[in-house]
Design a protein around this ligand. Structure first.
Ligand SMILES: [Cu+2]
Length: 292
């Protein structure tokens, strides 16, 4: 009986191993596409910031092995108990209800595991929360259902613009447009510089998220939240609103393009001209009223 089963078991194990390796390969291959989700992607998206690398290390190397071990250990215990103490194997159950040694162990061990996790966790949290001296500060406002960006005057900005998702009709895949993620006006930042984001909302709670920067912060009306990132690679990085904010919650992506310092300076000059006319809603309304 057992001899008959073995080849089947081995085949099943080999198949499982092959499927797992393929999934891993798919995950590794897809990790190369920066800043956007990839079909067949597995694991966390590729990151381009130091905080992102630390976060992924914390998750993949510290947390994942611990939770996997705990999950397997509890599963093993359950299977053992079902097998060893079922009605047939153990017809006369023990009357034992307390075991001081065991109770001390199963209280202490989880506490020690939590302390072990807390140390790197707080270090990471501090790195995320303490914002270094920023080169560029951008105010991001969440609206139903789009993001607005304001670049301050004293850093060469002095303009603001809205960022809307491109509709399917406007999409140009040949130019690298991605459905549900590409926007009309990308926010632009220089590579290798500390960017501070001040995030707020004008109507309901939104959440500004760019996975490749490991940036995710709530946009709350009447409250200015701050976060930061320093992108080490150029490219276009997408995110989506991560707080259910109404009808078009799924259609307010965020897009940040990271460019060289020279290109950023050029973009500032262009953007100043491009967005000068629509820098203030009231100005626009007044101008429209005059025209009438
Ligand atoms: Cu939203």
């Amino acid at each position: 009986m057992l001899i008959g089963r073995r080849p089947t078991l081995r085949r099943a194990a080999l198949t499982a191993g092959a499927v797992f390796s393929l999934l891993l390969l798919a995950g590794v291959a897809s990790a190369e596409v920066l800043g956007q989700p990839t079909p067949g992607g597995l694991g966390l998206p590729a990151t381009v910031t130091e905080v992102g690398a630390e976060t992924q290390f914390f998750y993949n190397v510290i947390l994942l092995p611990i939770i996997s071990f705990i999950g397997l250990f509890v599963l093993g215990l359950l299977i053992y108990v079902c097998w060893r103490f079922n009605e047939h194997a153990n017809p006369v159950p023990s009357k034992l209800t307390h075991h001081t040694g065991l109770e001390v162990v199963w209280t202490l061990v989880p506490v020690l595991i939590l302390v072990f996790i807390a140390i790197p966790s707080f270090r990471l949290l501090a790195h995320q929360v303490e914002i270094p001296e920023p080169k560029v500060t951008i105010k991001v406002t969440g609206n139903q259902w789009y993001w607005s960006y304001a670049y301050p005057e004293d850093q060469g900005g002095g303009f603001s613009f809205d960022q809307f998702m491109k509709t399917d009709a406007d999409l140009k895949p040949e130019n690298g447009d991605v459905r549900l993620l590409s926007v009309d006006n990308e926010a632009v930042v220089p590579v290798g510089e500390v960017i501070k984001l001040q995030v707020v909302a004008s109507d309901v709670i939104h959440s500004y998220t760019i996975p490749a920067f490991t940036v995710r912060i709530d946009a709350v009306p009447g409250r200015l939240n701050e976060t930061w990132f320093k992108a080490e690679k150029e490219g276009i990085f997408y995110g989506q609103c991560s707080k259910i904010c109404g009808k078009d919650h799924a259609f307010m992506p965020a897009a940040i393009r990271v460019v060289s310092k020279e290109k950023y300076a050029e973009w500032l000059v262009e953007a100043k001209k491009k967005f000068a006319k629509v820098d203030d809603g009231r100005v626009r309304v007044a101008a429209e009223a005059d025209a009438r």
